[in-house]
Design a protein around this ligand. Structure first.
Ligand SMILES: *Cc1c(COP(=O)(O)O)cnc(C)c1O
Length: 388
């Protein structure tokens, strides 16, 4: 069954016989939980990225939890985060016992503003730098700030697997860096996450915490023919990825270069189409960044919440699935009572004026053309002319 007949979805995972073959082999192997395929997937990701250690988990949320814990976040510690992010980032902070402190983002890149972070950093234990919408943030600026102030830096690159900062993959710059393999992200294992690290002791601790706190894995015990007995230096969780999922990931990695190339081409095509329309602004790309375009977010500078709703409805009527940009977490019911008045002008502005357009491997230029035409019509119909 094709879920997307005549429709242009927002995203579509690229799964073919390669994934089916890998999964079949695992299912027939007799080892389906975390085992040799997870270890192979970790080695492949670490090797690709140029990171010394990789620890795969069942989601980016749980990988972030492990990253915060091994980096030294303790109960009650403040951690500086953007409000322009997925609730999952903050859920992981809270799971690790931390207290999120929100800082504003840059108006054009939508990533954390180093000056805004510095202003609220007093008394915080660390910074969670989110590389949002597949676009690397300014890693050097945040590493310098973290060093100067003696705080840790964890990078949430959930959306940015395969994106590069100054020519190197995110995750290669030394800080614990987390990726998501949810279908909305770059490559997918259906659900899954992974943290890359430089410090082998932090990686060992993350591996223990991932698996009940046990000091040896099921695979090691199996390989030792049951003669090894695990001990528990501290309590942990069950955050294990399965070999079935890792097998999908291994096949997905073989497609990564083609995915990056297709998405870059699609982004360039959208960019060229919108060049003559100043009411539609394509994503900004700083000199230091090579985005992976896991998604594609445009700004309609003259829009507000109601105008974006009207545009989304117009697109949906034409069979094109779009999404509103990322809302400020300070406006969520959980945070509103305590955080509604934190001044985050850029975060609020971006939430009011942005929307995601379809981008995925296999999206054709003809389909992109339909998206562009419909968006230009929608903007002409629903937005005031001449800007705000
Ligand atoms: C999607 C996402 C997450 C959570 O990923 P899961 O794998 O669904 O847990 C965390 N942070 C950011 C920025 C995300 O976009």
């Amino acid at each position: 069954m094709d879920y997307f007949k005549d429709q242009i979805p927002l995203l579509k995972p690229w799964i073919d016989d390669d994934e089916l073959g890998e999964v079949e082999a695992v299912l027939k192997s007799g080892w389906i939980s975390q085992g040799p395929k997870v270890a192979e997937f970790e080695r492949l990701v670490a090797g690709l990225i140029g990171a010394p250690q990789a620890v795969a988990t069942n989601s980016a949320t749980t990988a972030l939890h492990l990253a915060f814990q091994v980096a030294g976040l303790r109960r009650g510690d403040k951690l500086v985060v953007p409000a322009h992010t997925c609730m999952a980032t903050i859920n992981a902070v809270i799971m690790a016992g931390g207290d999120p402190v929100f800082a504003d983002i840059e108006r054009r890149s939508f990533n954390l503003d180093p000056l805004a972070v510095e202003e609220v950093l007093g008394g915080a234990r660390g910074i969670c730098l989110v590389h949002q919408i597949g676009l690397p943030a300014d890693v050097d600026a945040f590493q310098a700030l973290a060093r100067k102030r003696g705080v840790f830096l964890v990078e949430d690159a959930a959306t940015a697997f395969g994106a590069k900062y100054r020519g190197k993959y995110l995750g290669a710059h030394g800080d614990p860096t987390v990726f998501s393999f949810h279908p909305r992200k770059m490559i997918s294992t259906a659900e899954g996450g992974l943290v890359v690290l430089a410090d082998p002791q932090w990686a060992d601790r993350a591996r223990r915490l991932r698996s009940a706190g046990a000091d040896i894995s099921d695979l090691n015990r199996h390989q030792a023919k049951g003669t090894l007995q695990q001990v528990y230096p501290e309590p942990g969780y069950n955050y294990r990825l399965t070999d079935v999922q890792a097998a999908i990931g291994i096949a997905q990695l073989r497609k990564l270069a083609r995915m990056l190339e297709m998405r870059a081409r699609q982004a360039a095509y959208y960019g060229a189409c919108f060049a003559g329309h100043e009411e539609i602004v394509p994503p900004f790309v700083p000199d230091y960044a090579t985005p992976c375009y896991s998604s594609y977010c445009v700004t309609l500078p003259a829009a507000n919440h109601a105008a974006i709703t009207a545009v989304l409805e117009y697109m949906a009527e034409r069979g094109i699935s779009c999404r509103r940009g990322i809302p400020s977490l300070c406006q969520e019911p959980y945070f509103r009572p305590t955080h509604a008045h934190v001044p985050l002008p850029n975060t609020d502005r971006v939430a009011e004026t942005t929307l995601f357009l379809p981008i995925y491997p296999g999206l054709t230029e003809a389909q992109q053309c339909r998206v562009v035409e419909a968006l230009v019509e929608a903007v002409g119909k629903h937005l005031p002319r001449g800007g705000p």
